[in-house]
Design a protein around this ligand. Structure first.
Ligand SMILES: [Zn+2]
Length: 195
């Protein structure tokens, strides 16, 4: 999967989990963090987004383990959860977005033909082989993810506690109708002039 699709997928997972499971509106920083964490596993590739920021980390990892190695495994997810939980007291680390973002990357790569070594250090790669990276299906998934994010935010806004949204919705509807009406009048006038 391409970087931008990983970000979109991670954002969707974060928003879906927040709205669907935790029953609350996600914070902007949570979605942003999940998106960033969604790029972290590709630290094992020197040309990836994070790989280019810290080449002194990505180049050695790529040389020793290769791309899509241990950073794309369940073991690494477990290590990250353990690290975050053990350091939770010292700093106020938002654990959920980081774990969701990281895990979403592995799921994303699992869907592509190259697959991921889920059970690393066992080297066997698992793949659902659903679509090629950067093909038209991925383009569709990328857009679908953002539509999904919009959908979950819309669902959250419908819930009680967001009563302010109703006047805003009505104002928007009224504005749309006025714009439509105005456009129709303009078109009719234009047709008359042309005729
Ligand atoms: Zn990857």
């Amino acid at each position: 999967m391409m970087a931008r699709t990983h970000i979109a997928f991670a954002a969707l997972m974060m928003v879906a989990c927040s709205v669907g499971i935790l029953q609350r509106m996600p914070q902007v920083h949570e979605v942003a963090l999940a998106g960033a964490a969604g790029l972290l596993p590709d630290l094992d590739h020197p040309k990836s987004t994070f790989g280019r920021i810290v080449p002194y980390i990505s180049i050695p990892i790529a040389k020793v383990f290769g791309h899509r190695g241990f950073t794309h495994s369940l073991l690494m997810v477990a290590v990250i959860i353990w690290l975050l939980l053990t350091h939770r007291e010292q700093q106020n680390i938002p654990i959920l977005p980081l774990v969701i973002g990281y895990f979403s990357h592995i799921i994303g790569d699992l869907l592509t033909p190259s697959g991921v070594p889920l059970l690393w250090p066992i080297r066997q790669k698992f793949s659902l082989n659903l679509f090629k990276a950067d093909g038209w299906v991925e383009q569709l998934i990328y857009r679908g993810c953002w539509i999904g994010v919009g959908y979950f935010l819309w669902v959250a806004l419908q819930r009680p506690g967001h009563a302010w949204i109703q006047p805003a919705q009505m104002a928007l509807q009224r504005w749309c109708w006025l714009a439509l009406e105005h456009s129709a009048v303009m078109i009719v006038q234009w047709v008359r002039i042309m005729a």
